[in-house]
Design a protein around this ligand. Structure first.
Ligand code: NAD
Length: 438
């Protein structure tokens, strides 16, 4: 008998994942899933298919796989599709993205060729460096309705659907009055307001069709009041934003360590070179602004300068992204960290991370899709902050600051799974191992 207080629907049947964008991240994710299904590789980096959790006391020695703790969709249950503004199928798109070797792509060529993108909803004003021709025509309202129709059509072929935004970063826009309420947003749709960016059309369509939406990019899609209200009203799980990979992943690993040992930080300079399409889009200052906003909050909340002005009050944080085509998807991120310790003596840390962004992002796509589906089956709706482990700039409730520390995020993530399963939460107190019971 399940101990859970939630009526969790089983993960039976097919889980359809609709990816917005069929670029480097999406094709790397799809190829990986197909390779896993065929037994060519293991789901490295994926919590849902590799993660474990301890249950009960340390002396109980109970460790379970996460999919034994809660019912989760497995690789063979997934059906994948995508929207894009270019008509290349996933095989051609993956070749162009240049992340995976031709030998690996060959092994899953027929499966990749079957993923042919649906026409995207696009507005070049929101993504200046892209010029696709596989685009839906119509007003904002017509585009939203067409996206809803796409979702309904796909829904007929599977048992459940989730949507993950893995399309290009849109230009930075502050939320406006039209984003305040559902009524304002719907009126703006009818007025064909250019204040609505394409990602908000996908988000709206998803929520209207009661499909969970996870936002892998920094642009505001579900992170606006009207979408939070719509998610609660239609009982849909949402989360965002911006996959936590690369330099920010490193930052949220290193910074909590320094902060926890009360070492001061004077400056943190982060610069990157990358040459994929994402890098090209981010070469536009307005798209970069979205990224900068999502990346820069990290140190502020981890270090909390207001509590430790003498350690972090003067922290100078600078982030640079440079488009450099020869590097393709094989990005290089440098960090120079100026720290100080006892008696204020200075020290430096240099990180040179030769990472592969899409290799780091692909398992996050899997996890966000699978855990958003779990949240939905457990009856959770609105913002799923427990998924902040996967995000650079976690979406939180009004008045709640985002938790950026990867290790706190991890505890929150696993405790939420224990809570869903009706298992005791783990506090790491551990006094019971040393104190006599009363
Ligand atoms: N790679 C990473 O590690 C990482 C980390 C964090 C966030 N992200 C974000 O994930 C997104 C995808 O990254 P990527 O490297 O795959 O980029 P990419 O440029 O290779 O792929 C994005 C795809 O989205 C398509 N697209 C753009 N606008 C669209 C629209 N309105 N509708 C449908 N398709 C659209 C583009 O044509 C392109 O094929 C980017 O926003 C990126 O900033 C990536």
């Amino acid at each position: 008998m399940s101990k859970s207080k939630y009526d969790i629907k089983p993960a039976e049947g097919k889980l359809g994942i609709m990816l917005v964008g069929l670029g480097a991240v999406s094709t790397t994710f799809i190829a990986g899933v197909e390779m896993i299904k065929k037994g060519f590789t293991k789901p490295i980096g994926c919590q849902a298919w590799m993660g474990t959790a301890r249950l009960g006391k340390r002396t109980d020695n109970r460790f379970v796989k996460l999919n034994e703790l809660v019912p989760l969709a497995m690789p063979e249950d997934l059906v994948l599709t995508a929207w894009d503004i270019f008509s290349d199928n996933a095989y051609v798109a993956a070749q162009k993205a240049g992340v995976l070797t031709p030998q690996d792509l060959e092994k899953v060529k027929p499966e990749l060729e079957k993923v042919v993108p649906i026409k995207g909803a696009f507005d070049r004003n929101y993504c200046k460096n892209l010029n696709g021709d596989h685009i839906k025509a119509g007003t904002r309202r017509e585009l939203a309705e067409a996206l809803r129709e796409d979702i309904r059509t796909f829904k007929k072929t599977v048992d459940r659907v989730v949507i993950v935004w893995a399309a290009s970063t849109e230009v930075y826009k502050k939320p406006a009055e039209i984003h305040e309420t559902i009524a304002n947003f719907e009126k703006a749709l009818d007025d064909d307001s250019q204040e609505i960016c394409p990602s908000q059309l996908y988000a709206y369509a998803a929520l209207m069709e009661q499909v969970p939406f996870a936002n892998g990019a920094p642009n505001l899609s579900v992170d606006i009041p009207c979408m939070v209200q719509l998610a609660k009203k239609n009982k849909v799980a949402i989360s965002g934003k911006d996959f936590k990979t690369g330099q920010t992943l490193m930052k949220t690993i290193v910074a909590p360590g320094l902060r926890n040992r009360l070492l001061g930080i004077k400056g943190w300079f982060s610069t990157n070179i990358l040459g994929n399409r994402d890098g090209e889009v981010l070469d536009d200052p307005e798209s970069f602004k979205s990224k900068e906003v999502s990346k820069s909050g990290v140190l502020d909340t981890i270090c909390s300068p207001k509590d430790f002005p003498e350690l972090y009050g003067d922290l100078y944080h600078k982030i640079r992204i440079n488009y450099y085509p020869p590097r393709g998807d094989e990005k290089e991120g440098w960090d120079n960290i100026d720290i100080f310790g006892w008696m204020g003596y200075p020290m430096q840390i240099k990180i040179d991370f030769l990472c592969r962004d899409s290799i780091l992002a692909a398992p996050i796509v899997a996890d966000l899709a699978i855990f958003s589906d779990l949240a939905q089956r457990a009856g959770f709706s609105g913002i799923q902050e427990w998924l902040s482990f996967f995000y650079k700039s976690p979406q939180t409730a009004d008045g709640v600051y985002p938790e950026h520390d990867l290790f706190i995020q991890k505890i929150k993530f696993k405790n939420t799974l224990r809570h869903i399963a009706g298992e005791e939460l783990i506090t790491h107190l551990g006094l019971e191992y040393y104190q006599d019971e009363e």
